[in-house]
Design a protein around this ligand. Structure first.
Ligand code: PGA
Length: 254
């Protein structure tokens, strides 16, 4: 089976001690992951090191950064590079979250550079894509998401692409409590996989996890993750509550 992933995105939430409490609760929840299951904790940069030992105590749990710079080093005040993350032992990073696309004006071209920096440093990108409401209402969401993927990822060769995880997050569903229906999620995930198939062939396309994000909660995770092309989720709000995120992890395909 493809890798099934429950990824937490804390965004800019929690103090360090609140974060430590949350990780402690998850570690003590007695979660035993199967070989094909993985939990990624996307925490703010300053917490990556202090939380590392606690998170890695559970087999299959790993830390994840929420962003990285498009360059490896230099005069870029306030930026954090893939090289730096690698030096901390971090193996996963979100790129292209819709909040960064909107507030930091990150476009498909700069995200292609970020993907390159991560992959050349041996990190795995969790690449976010997804359409705003007006695109969904105009029924042009397939082409919109395809362009995001094509322009940021399709310069990669097969080997590099095999390290990428895609997260489909319809913007109208993020933090709104308005989840995409299971049919809408499955339909888009199937479409994304068909785009990957066209570019890289069925064998590789079949191995790339495509996560769903946007108001994933304890009470809708099983149905969403049960869809054939939904390989887990990228979870914001509900990842901040230990019981909720535990239930979401337990909803991954067994
Ligand atoms: P949400 O956020 O689960 O709070 O909707 C998801 C995300 O932005 O990754």
């Amino acid at each position: 089976m493809r890798q099934q992933i429950a990824a937490a995105n804390w965004k800019m939430n929690l103090t360090l001690s609140e974060g430590e409490q949350l990780v402690k609760a998850l570690v003590h929840a007695g979660i035993v992951l199967k070989k094909h299951q993985r939990v990624l904790m996307g925490v703010p940069f300053p917490y990556l090191v202090p939380l590392q030992a606690a998170v890695q105590r559970v087999e299959g749990f790993d830390l994840m950064a929420q962003n990285c710079a498009a360059t490896n080093n230099g005069a870029y005040t306030g930026e954090v590079s893939a090289t730096m993350l690698k030096s901390l032992g971090i193996q996963w990073t979100i790129i292209g979250h819709s909040e960064r696309r909107e507030y930091q004006l990150e476009g498909n071209a700069v995200l292609a550079q970020k993907a390159d920096r991560l992959l050349e440093n041996g990190l795995k990108p969790v690449f976010c894509c997804g359409e705003p409401l007006q695109i969904r209402e105009a029924n042009t969401h397939n082409g919109y998401v395809e362009t995001q993927i094509r322009e940021s990822l399709f310069h990669l060769d097969e080997k590099a692409m095999s390290h990428v995880v895609i997260a489909y997050e319809p913007i109208w569903a993020i933090g709104t409590g308005k989840t995409a229906s299971t049919e809408q999620a499955q339909e888009m995930h199937r479409y994304i996989r068909s785009v990957l198939e066209k570019q890289y062939g069925t064998t590789l396309a079949d191995t790339i996890p495509v996560l769903y994000g946007g108001s994933v909660k304890a009470n809708n995770a099983s149905e969403l993750f049960g869809q054939p092309d939904v390989d887990g989720g990228l979870v914001g709000g509900a990842s901040l509550v230990a019981d909720d995120f535990t239930a979401i992890i337990r909803s991954l395909k067994a």
